[in-house]
Design a protein around this ligand. Sequence first.
Ligand code: PMP
Length: 422
Amino acid sequence: LIGCKKKYSTLSFKDFENIPDLDIFDRASSFNHYLDYLNKSDQLNYRLENISPCGPELFVNKGCDDVVRGVINFVSNDYLGLTQHPAVKLAAMQALEKFGTGSGASPAIGGHFNYHQDLEIKIASFFKREAALLYTTGYTANSATLQCLLKKEDIAIVDMGVHASVYEGCLHTNVKSFVHNDLERMEEVLIRVKDAYRTKMVIVDGVYSQDGDLAPLREISYLTKKYGAVLMVDDAHGIGVIGPTGRGLIEKEDVFDQVDIISGTFSKSLAGIGGFVVARPEIIRFLKFQARQHLFSAAMPPSTTCAISRAIELIDEESHWIDKLRTNVNYFKSNLLDLGFVIGNTQSAIIPVKIGDPALTAQAAKFLFDAGIYANCIIYPAVSRKDARIRMSLMATHTQQQLDNALDAFELMKSKLPVLKQ
Ligand code: PMP
């Protein structure tokens, strides 16, 4: 292993970010050796090749032995199963037939079509607001918006658990983070930075993607206003999952008017790809002309855009999918708890089964996979070193039998591996 003195088994991906004195080619080669080692020892549970539709059951080629395995899918953010819904697929096919495969340009210079306009109107009114802007990913919705709005005279005050895209958006501004969901720490930061910056922006997720827990949004919006700050909420995992009609945490907490900027993604419950921000019309108009990734990057393709518009309608027309998701989540959580597993404070479709030790968690993920249960193994640097977990994402389209199969696998695992967190 070029340039790296440690043993393979003690390395993580992060160790390869910056090896001193290695140019990009040697750094890449050294990382490739490490990947070969992980693959050979069947530890590369990453970018597995799915060869079936994105449903509750997947056929997966693990790569290490080229054998295709049928597994139950607990790694998808397609929470309502709408990527496979006939009406969503039909909307995509009709758009493909009518408009072709691409939008041909960035929105600023000819790539903005009526189907984009429709989706902007739909997503704004979904959140009871006037204006929205589309981006080609949820990641960009955060990174581009923040990069455009916050400059070196400003400050972002972020929960430590926010998504990587928020941190990227804040690279050119000042950042202070506070301990996850800790209102006292957040208030301390707001007091400390008081008048030292032009704009103070508090940024939180609605649902946190590694723990599935929710932000205390009412209190956060109260404190934000008290100290004259602006509030941005990324509710990527809340849409279609949280709130009486699936509008996310903002609806659950009834803070539509208190949140200044709402961001989110179309790649989870809304069955496509792309992202959006919803904000006051003057902010949206400013972003349309100033956000570099909106100006210089092509607009979403017609099939995806129309599929998402249909998915938004289905959230209201077929609300039973939300009910079914909640039934599945409640059933699965209560059975995991009965088995003695620790699942933290999740209130969403993400269920973290906390194990702690990273090596043991990797073993657990492999055990489950071999038992036909495909779950994510979440270790450092996604979470802190001693907080590794198996992350289960539930879908409305999981059957009772599939959930029971997974629970059986967890029960068996408990008797074979010391996975119950003390
Ligand atoms: N925000 C959060 C909280 C996320 O979890 C993700 C993706 N996992 C994103 C933003 C980025 O969304 P996308 O994958 O659509 O780019």
